[in-house]
Design a protein around this ligand. Structure first.
Ligand SMILES: [Zn+2]
Length: 262
C-alpha cells in the first residue's frame, strides 16, 4: 500500500490520524483477529474492524439470528431472522460489502477448551463477544497461558464494561474477578434487558483497543477497567494500579489454568 493506492484513499481519514498513520494501516492489513461471539458486541466489533481495514477476522458463534437480536446487533436484518441464518454466515456476507479484501472465516461452533487452541492459536488479538463468564474465564486462561492479548467486555441494561488484558503487562480477568459471578448477580440480557446503545458504545472501545494492539501501540492500550451506564449518565474508570490484587492470582501468577483442564 502506498499513498497513491486505492486502499490509501479508502482509509485516508484514519491514516491522517498521526499516531496511527500509514504504518498503522499496513499493520492492520496484516492483522489477524478472533472474535468470540458475533451477537451484540462481536457484530459491532466485526463491522468496525472490517471497515477499518483489518486483514483477517475469524468469527466464532453457534447461534442463529433471531428477531430479538436485531435491535442491538449490527450486521443482521429481519430477513436473516426469518431464515434463521447462522450468525457467522450472515455476518460474513455483510462484512464483504464493507471491505472485500478482508478475509472472513466463519466458524459455526461454540468455543470451548477442546477447540480454543485451533481457533485462537494463530491470531494476534482475541475479542470477547461472549455472553457468559465461563467462556471468558476460559479465554483468560488460554490467552494468559499463550501470552496473547484479549479484550474483555460485557453489556446488560444500559451498562457496559471493558478491560484490555495484556498478559505479562496488565492484570488478567481473574485478578479483577476471582471467580465467574453467580447467575443471580450476572443477569442475562433476556431477563434484565439490554440497549443497543450500550452494546455499540462498548464495542467501539473494544475495536479501538484491538486496532492499537494490531498497530503495535501497546503503550496506548487502556490501563483501566472502564464502566459506564448510559441511562444514569455515569462513567467510571478504575486504574489497574488500584485494582491489581496481591500477587496471588491463580491464573497469571501461579499459572494454574483450571478452565483449560478437562
Ligand atoms: Zn491474574
Amino acid at each position: 500500500m502506498t499513498v497513491t493506492s486505492p486502499d490509501y484513499v479508502r482509509f485516508a481519514r484514519q491514516i491522517a490520524f498521526r499516531p496511527f498513520g500509514l504504518d498503522g494501516q499496513k499493520a492492520l492489513s496484516r492483522g489477524r483477529v478472533l472474535i468470540v461471539g458475533v451477537g451484540g458486541l462481536g457484530s459491532w466489533v466485526a463491522e468496525l474492524l472490517a471497515r477499518a481495514g483489518v486483514g483477517f477476522l475469524r468469527l466464532v458463534d453457534s447461534d442463529r439470528v433471531d428477531l430479538t437480536n436485531i435491535h442491538r446487533q449490527a450486521l443482521y436484518g429481519a430477513g436473516d431472522a426469518a431464515d434463521r441464518r447462522p450468525k457467522v454466515e450472515a455476518a460474513a456476507r455483510r462484512l464483504r460489502d464493507f471491505n472485500e479484501t478482508c478475509v472472513v472465516e466463519s466458524v459455526e461452533e461454540r468455543l470451548d477448551r477442546s477447540n480454543v487452541d485451533g481457533l485462537a492459536g494463530d491470531v494476534e488479538v482475541v475479542v470477547d463477544g461472549t455472553d457468559n463468564f465461563t467462556t471468558r474465564f476460559l479465554l483468560n486462561d488460554y490467552c494468559v497461558k499463550t501470552g496473547r492479548p484479549w479484550i474483555f467486555a460485557g453489556a446488560v441494561r444500559a451498562e457496559a464494561q471493558m478491560a484490555v488484558i495484556l498478559p505479562g503487562r496488565t492484570p488478567c480477568l481473574r485478578c479483577l474477578l476471582e471467580e465467574p459471578p453467580p447467575p443471580c448477580i450476572d443477569p442475562d440480557c433476556r431477563q434484565a434487558g439490554v440497549w443497543g446503545m450500550a452494546v455499540a458504545a462498548i464495542a467501539s472501545f473494544q475495536a479501538m483497543e484491538a486496532i492499537k494492539i494490531l498497530a503495535g501501540r501497546l503503550a496506548e492500550a487502556s490501563p483501566y477497567l472502564l464502566k459506564f451506564d448510559l441511562w444514569s449518565n455515569t462513567l467510571q474508570r478504575l486504574h489497574y494500579r488500584v485494582l491489581r490484587q496481591s500477587s496471588d492470582c491463580m491464573c497469571c501468577h501461579w499459572r494454574e489454568f483450571e478452565f483449560l483442564e478437562p
